[in-house]
Design a protein around this ligand. Sequence first.
Ligand SMILES: NC(=O)c1ccc[n+]([C@@H]2O[C@H](COP(=O)([O-])OP(=O)(O)OC[C@H]3O[C@@H](n4cnc5c(N)ncnc54)[C@H](O)[C@@H]3O)[C@@H](O)[C@H]2O)c1
Length: 420
Amino acid sequence: MGVVERSVITDIRLAPEGHLKIDWAAAHMPVLNRIRERFEREKPFAGLKVAISLHLEAKTAYLAKVIAAGGAEVAITGSNPLSTQDDVCAALVEDGIAVFAKYNPGPEEYKELLVKTLETKPDLIIDDGGDLVAILHAERQDLLANVRGGAEETTTGILRLKAMERDGALRFPMVAVNDAYCKYLFDNRYGTGQSVFDGINRTTNLVVAGKTVVVSGYGWCGKGVAMRAKGLGANVVVTEVDAIRAVEAYMDGFAVMPMLEAAKIGDIFITVTGNRDVIRGEHYAVMKDGALLANAGHFDVEVNKPDLEELSVSKRTVRKNIEEFRLKDGRRLYLLAEGRLVNLAAGDGHPAEIMDMTFALQAMALKYVNEAHESIGRRVVNVPYEIDEQVARLKLESLGAAIDRLSDDQKRYLESWQEH
Ligand SMILES: NC(=O)c1ccc[n+]([C@@H]2O[C@H](COP(=O)([O-])OP(=O)(O)OC[C@H]3O[C@@H](n4cnc5c(N)ncnc54)[C@H](O)[C@@H]3O)[C@@H](O)[C@H]2O)c1
């Protein structure tokens, strides 16, 4: 059966718009273009099947095409029900890639699509948040046999993988792409910082300047979100559970306080912790009328939705991706994009130039795990430094920027303990 018949998508007729989106992204991904040229020559994935679960929009589609250019047979699905773009899916099918994804399938169909992707019996996996790996280990061990290894995109997925490794449950090596410098320093910080406000601004069409923005979590994503909120003129409050990160936020010029206090003064709340129930009933109880609630962490559990439902007398959609919850005392709270990652569910995700680096790492990490899977064993490993450095050098080259080189004398000086 060909990919058109095998694929499960919304409508193949949407392909022309999808091709335009993918071409635009590809034109702004010079590092990945260099890797594509290499893959076309070297065919590192010849004869292999690759299953991918990522936010299925244009940049991801281009990564899938680059992996296919390396000789792989690729099957792809989304990593969130609301971040899949149907036109991009259609274009990928026309490009010969099997796609199992739709915008906003119900929870059951969403899971079925993940399973269908795994049923292609992949040799290699790219996962985002750990769903493919979790299904393989917990429910479909019959599909484990072929899998040589894979690469994980995000903080939340790596936490899950490390828990599996600790329990001795992990059956193949996974590369922690998120933990590479060229990922978290740029994608989590600058990517999330910019795209979260892209999502919030286009969804609400409201001003940020002068408002109080509460950012929960001052990790790599939170630092980016707080930085951009400040740039837009907001008064920024950070909530944390980690004392060191809280001091960092304070020194960066932000107010630091517990959520219960922040809840009383915030106009816009953005959670980016990777944790659950960060905003919950006791916080809704003291929030101002009209407060906006958004999440940018991987799962939709950071803003507690059952508590919000319970405290509300009614809810209605007031604009695409905005639900108004009317509380018993008449106050209204607005939940964006159902509490799912606002930058992807209500936007196009990170800028292309940022994903250029992240996906260059993904492509190289997949090649690495394929070559080294036997020696790595059943572990979660970092992206080798040489790959990280190579991506940074290609990025600099694409920016037309050069850096200095150490002289032999300088190298000796740095490496000796007597010469100082
Ligand atoms: N939206 C996106 O495009 C995008 C991009 C990258 C990562 N992510 C996701 O964002 C989340 C955060 O990623 P990160 O790289 O910043 O992680 P991180 O580990 O660097 O930071 C998370 C921070 O949240 C803090 N935290 C945990 N529980 C908290 C609580 N109850 N209240 C306040 N702070 C709390 C931690 O102390 C930590 O400082 C993860 O789920 C990750 O997968 C999203």
